[in-house]
Design a protein around this ligand. Structure first.
Ligand code: PMM
Length: 290
């Protein structure tokens, strides 16, 4: 998989009662399907369907709950022609999701939570997104310590995940890596990572970045009393981040951006694309036009 010059846009479809970013708005499958269709119409390249909230402090759903949430939504969106990704840490959910039409398994634990997920990925031929992760969300912030520097640690730990993923039989051209913004990270760790994506790109895989609406943006925009900007009011900062990453300011190309408001981020990418070579630019003028 080679990175295009403009990143792909992955639209988030959280089928959860408690996600921090969209707090249960699409918990009902019918509403989640309608939301997914809307994101497709806004220009999403991939729809990421998840049934487990990973917001800091979240507790895990039962396996049966997670399956009930995601399988009907994946079936409907894949049937509507979407490229669907399943956001899960569980092998069984990954297996059922691929059977329902998902082509990408997005595992925020990079195979650490349920190592059998790697066998499912190898067997089914799915593309695998391995995110940097240290612990489940109820205790992950205890692990936000990086004595030798966050970039070196994330790079080394993702490198270990790549070894495990390869050992399970997943070919390199189906592996994508993700720095895991907000997962066992303090605000400054996230900024350090987005400024140094070149170090992660050196591992040799496409990169996916998910910064949309996260706490580090809320902290950046905190009010004079030190209160973080509420989650629903962080979109503009996330859009700015997407534009800067798409323009290459992360130090390496980004293959895909995981976002909530697809239309706003698409607009940002259209602006950033004005700095890429004309041949790669969507909407580049035909020869002779002015
Ligand atoms: N973040 C969340 C969930 N899934 N998957 C990947 N690959 N990368 C991320 O950064 C990521 C993810 C948490 O955000 P949400 O609650 O808004 O979905």
């Amino acid at each position: 998989m080679t990175g295009p010059s403009t990143p792909l846009v992955m639209g988030v479809v959280n089928v959860t009662p408690d996600s921090f970013s969209d707090g249960g708005r699409y918990a009902d499958p019918a509403r989640a399907i309608a939301h997914g269709r809307e994101l497709l119409a806004q220009g999403a390249d991939i729809l990421d369907v998840g049934g487990e909230s990973t917001r800091p402090g979240a507790t895990r759903p039962l396996l049966a709950e997670e399956l009930d949430r995601v399988v009907p939504v994946i079936e409907a969106l894949a049937a509507a022609g979407a490229t669907v990704s399943v956001d899960t840490m569980r092998a069984e959910v990954a297996e059922r999701a691929v059977a329902a039409g998902a082509r990408i398994v997005n595992d925020v634990s990079g195979g650490l939570a349920d190592p059998a997920i790697l066998d499912v990925v190898a067997r089914t031929g799915a593309t695998y997104v391995a995110m940097h992760w240290r612990a489940h969300s109820d205790r992950m912030q205890q692990f936000a310590r990086y004595d030798g520097g966050v970039v070196a640690a994330v790079r080394a730990e993702l490198g270990e995940r790549v070894a495990a993923i390869r050992a399970a039989g997943v070919p390199d051209d189906r592996i994508v890596l993700d720095p895991g913004l907000g997962f066992a990270k303090l605000a400054e760790h996230n900024w350090e990572l987005v400024r140094n994506l070149d170090a992660l790109a050196e591992l040799g895989f496409p990169l996916l970045v998910g910064g949309s609406r996260k706490t580090f943006l809320g902290r950046l925009l905190e009010d004079p009393a030190g209160e973080p900007r509420p989650v629903g009011e962080r979109e503009a900062a996330g859009v700015a981040l997407s534009a800067l990453l798409a323009a290459g300011l992360g130090g390496a190309p980004v293959w895909c951006l995981r976002v909530h408001d697809v239309r706003a981020h698409r607009d940002a990418l259209a602006v950033a694309a004005q700095w890429t070579p004309a041949a790669d630019r969507a909407g580049a003028p035909e020869e002779g036009s002015r």
